[in-house]
Design a protein. Structure first.
Ligand code: SF4
Length: 218
């Protein structure tokens, strides 16, 4: 059984370049037009398939255009409008609190700093990174979701389990010019090849990956 091992900087640089070249056209997977749309989509997306979110958001974005529209929404109405996703009631509640704070503190404009974003109710570092990268083009870190956790462990980019520690490990090993897209590269690789039981023989980075040949979910 291949043993997990942290890559050194040289190996990581080679791996990141190869992997990024293999998934050149990947991008953020949720549809949005404005920072307000993106905050709404990101909150709705927790534990929900991207396709489900992208199916419901066109009608949602047509009805709720500004932070104030969400802030003033009736909980029951908003929960009904996002009723096709899991935990719709809780997510609607979170959206109203978040957009109330954005309306009251920032005049309805979604803030563009990590500190201000993570002070908002319901916005953690992962979502803040997602907003900064995709709404404002600012890569202050790397959003760590379940795909990033699983695949970066296999690849030897982090041996930690805690998302904030994993993000720090990735930021140490990966050149900043890759940060804006690397979470989406890992997700694409996890979905296509490095699945629960991976297809190592088809993997573009099998020559560097410490877990090459793994046949279990670890
Ligand atoms: S598919 Fe196999 S070789 Fe490729 S990253 Fe996953 S575990 Fe490593």
């Amino acid at each position: 059984m291949p043993v997990a091992r942290l890559l050194d900087h040289k190996e990581a640089a080679e791996l990141v370049e190869k992997l990024s070249n293999s998934y050149k056209n990947v991008h953020y997977y949720l549809s949005f037009s404005t920072p307000v749309d993106l905050v709404a989509a990101a909150i709705i997306s927790a534990q929900t398939r991207d396709e489900t979110v992208n199916k419901l958001t066109p009608a949602l974005f047509a009805k709720y255009k500004t932070a104030k529209d969400y802030a003033d929404a009736k909980l029951d109405d908003l929960a009904k409008d996002i009723g096709s996703v899991t935990f719709a009631g809780n997510k609607a509640k979170n959206m109203i609190s978040t957009f109330r704070a954005i309306s009251e503190k920032y005049g309805g404009k979604v803030p563009n700093s990590m500190e201000q974003l993570t002070e908002l109710p319901g916005i953690g570092r992962k979502t803040a990174n997602t907003i900064l990268i995709n709404a404002y083009g600012i890569a202050e870190g790397i959003p760590v979701d379940t795909w990033v956790i699983k695949v970066s462990y296999r690849l030897g980019l982090s041996l930690n389990k805690n998302p904030e520690k994993i993000e720090l490990d990735l930021m140490k090993l990966i050149d900043k010019r890759y940060w804006h897209n690397f979470a989406y590269v890992l997700k694409a690789h996890g979905k296509a090849i490095c699945q629960a039981v991976p297809y190592c023989s088809k993997c573009p980075v099998s020559g560097i990956c410490p877990k090459n040949g793994v046949t279990t979910r670890n």
